[in-house]
Each structure stands twice: as structure tokens, then as C-alpha cells.
Design a protein around this ligand. Structure first.
Ligand SMILES: [Zn+2]
Length: 112
């Protein structure tokens, strides 16, 4: 990262500490993306068979172990799931930046 090149080790450590302080509630980590989609039911004559799908319903698209799957999110849990997902994305963006700083510290033989 060229932007980090311009910072001193001291500045990198300050920035790293500030980023780490921004992390919150790791117990709420929920990786995935919330999506909404309609679905077909199992009854033969239903309107959904002609394209008028039920829903939309909320699902959590999860990528793990090299494959992705979607998990139904009950309506009562949707708000909580959205909050968890948002917090997780914020934390992971911070962790990504922290990792870049640590990489830069490693390059400078300043990783402790
Ligand atoms: Zn149906």
C-alpha cells in the first residue's frame, strides 16, 4: 500500500491502535450478505407456478468452505441479522486495514 509508505513506524502504530479501538462486539460476528428473494411453494396449482412468487423473503447468503449457500432468515430475526452483518462488515474492513499496517511493519522489520 503506497499510502502507508509515507508514514513513520510510530504513525503506523498510532493508526493501528485507532483502527483496533474501532472494533466492536466480536461476539456479534455474522458473515454473509442479506438478500431478498421470492420463492415457489410445493402446491401444484399455485400462482407462484406462473411466476408470481411468494415473498420476498430474507436470506443470508453465506460463503464458507469453498461453497455458498443461503439460509432463511425469519422475519423476527431480520433486523438483528442485518445489524450483525453490518457490524461484521465494519469490523472486517478495520481488520483488513490493520493487516495492511502489520504487513508494512513486517516489511520494515518493525513487527513486534
Ligand atoms: Zn405458491
Amino acid at each position: 500500500m503506497s499510502e502507508l509508505d509515507d508514514l513513520s513506524v510510530r504513525q503506523l502504530l498510532v493508526r493501528r491502535r485507532r483502527l483496533a479501538a474501532g472494533l466492536s462486539a466480536p461476539e456479534r460476528t455474522l458473515r454473509g450478505v442479506l438478500v431478498h428473494k421470492g420463492r415457489r411453494c410445493s402446491s401444484e396449482g399455485c400462482r407462484c407456478r406462473s411466476g408470481e412468487l411468494h415473498g420476498p423473503y430474507a436470506y443470508l447468503a453465506v460463503y464458507a468452505g469453498g461453497r455458498s449457500r443461503t439460509i432463511y432468515v425469519p422475519q423476527a430475526s431480520e433486523e438483528a441479522a442485518a445489524a450483525h452483518v453490518e457490524l461484521t462488515q465494519r469490523n472486517e474492513a478495520l481488520l483488513q486495514e490493520i493487516s495492511q499496517i502489520n504487513l508494512e511493519l513486517l516489511r520494515r522489520r518493525a513487527l513486534e
